[in-house]
Design a protein around this ligand. Structure first.
Ligand code: CO8
Length: 261
């Protein structure tokens, strides 16, 4: 696709794998990488029949170690503001796209890298992964959605502990506190991520996408409005061929064949 810092592969089973590819600097996100991500997610990602998107980092050591510090330190305050806003836009695209996303965390996920994982729906980590928000050690704080997305996942106390200390935690601790959903042996990370995405991809795709919207949007509303949204969206599912097929297949004791309509 002509990108320098990202690559994409369509896997069997209607799953896509998007890889951040700057292993020499542990996949730090510079402007160019963010622009490539934006272009890819906005325009080039072939979404037809895509059932799940896995995001990972190239190499054995890192998922993404955050913003590119050498590039960031040269910025003016105005450039920095643009940089932050642009990253917000990229991460919002991942979070708001109805296609479910899985972060396969193959090593360090720090600062903006951990924030990228948090923009994904589900996080699966290698047992070698290390996660954290070291920004305060640089005189800034997590600003690519971090302070807001971590709080929504971990609550106020744990968020403040991680953000104020800037300390890294290992995969087991990340799992214990709910920062990642699964931890697997390093060598099995991608096969486990594909397996998880494969399970999702066998389900009714329209239902999965609407469920993502209901969960994400509903979590920002008061309960009564969220329940109304849920009722509206789940009722849309009822009018689909997939719903007819899913229920029929159950009663006929066979696997359903979903077409996403
Ligand atoms: N940016 C640029 N280069 C990096 C980064 C980075 N974030 N992290 C590592 N590198 C480079 C190193 O400089 C080194 O390059 P070189 O070989 O040319 O010296 C190479 O990657 C390998 O790194 P190390 O030699 O340091 O590898 P180690 O195994 O010794 O250490 C660590 C690995 C622990 C991950 C270490 O590299 C490290 O601490 N990195 C910095 C991590 C960090 O602070 N991340 C947060 C960045 S700030 C951020 O993400 C903010 C996002 C929001 C910004 C906007 C709102 C505020």
């Amino acid at each position: 696709m002509g990108y320098q810092f990202i690559s994409y592969k369509r896997e069997p089973g209607d799953i896509g794998t998007l890889t951040i590819n700057r292993p020499k600097v542990l996949n730090a996100l510079n402007w160019s990488t963010l622009r490539e991500l934006d272009d890819f997610l906005e325009d080039k990602l072939p979404k037809e029949n895509l059932k799940a998107l896995i995001i990972t980092g190239e190499g054995e050591k890192a998922f993404v170690v955050g913003a590119d510090i050498s590039e960031m330190q040269e910025m003016t305050a105005r450039e920095f503001q643009e940089y932050v806003g642009f990253a917000h836009r990229v991460y919002d695209q991942i979070e708001n796209d109805p296609i479910p996303s899985v972060a396969a965390i193959n090593g360090y996920a720090l600062g903006g890298g951990c924030e990228l994982a948090l923009a994904c729906d589900i996080r699966i980590a290698s047992e070698r992964a290390k996660l954290g928000f070291p920004e305060v050690k640089l005189g800034i704080f997590p600003g690519w959605g971090g302070t807001q997305r971590i709080t929504r996942v971990l609550g106020l106390g744990k968020t403040k502990e991680l953000v104020f200390t800037g300390e890294m935690i290992d995969a087991a601790e990340a799992h214990r506190i709910g920062l990642v959903e699964r931890v697997v042996p390093h060598e099995q990370l991608m096969s486990e991520a594909w397996k998880l995405a494969g399970i999702i991809s066998k389900n009714g795709p329209y239902a999965v996408r609407l469920a993502k919207t209901a969960i994400n949007a509903g979590s920002e509303m008061d309960l009564q409005k969220a329940l109304l949204l849920e009722k509206t969206l789940v009722s849309l599912c009822f009018d689909t061929e997939d719903r007819v097929e899913g229920m029929k297949a159950f009663l006929e004791k066979r696997e359903p064949v979903f077409n996403g309509v």
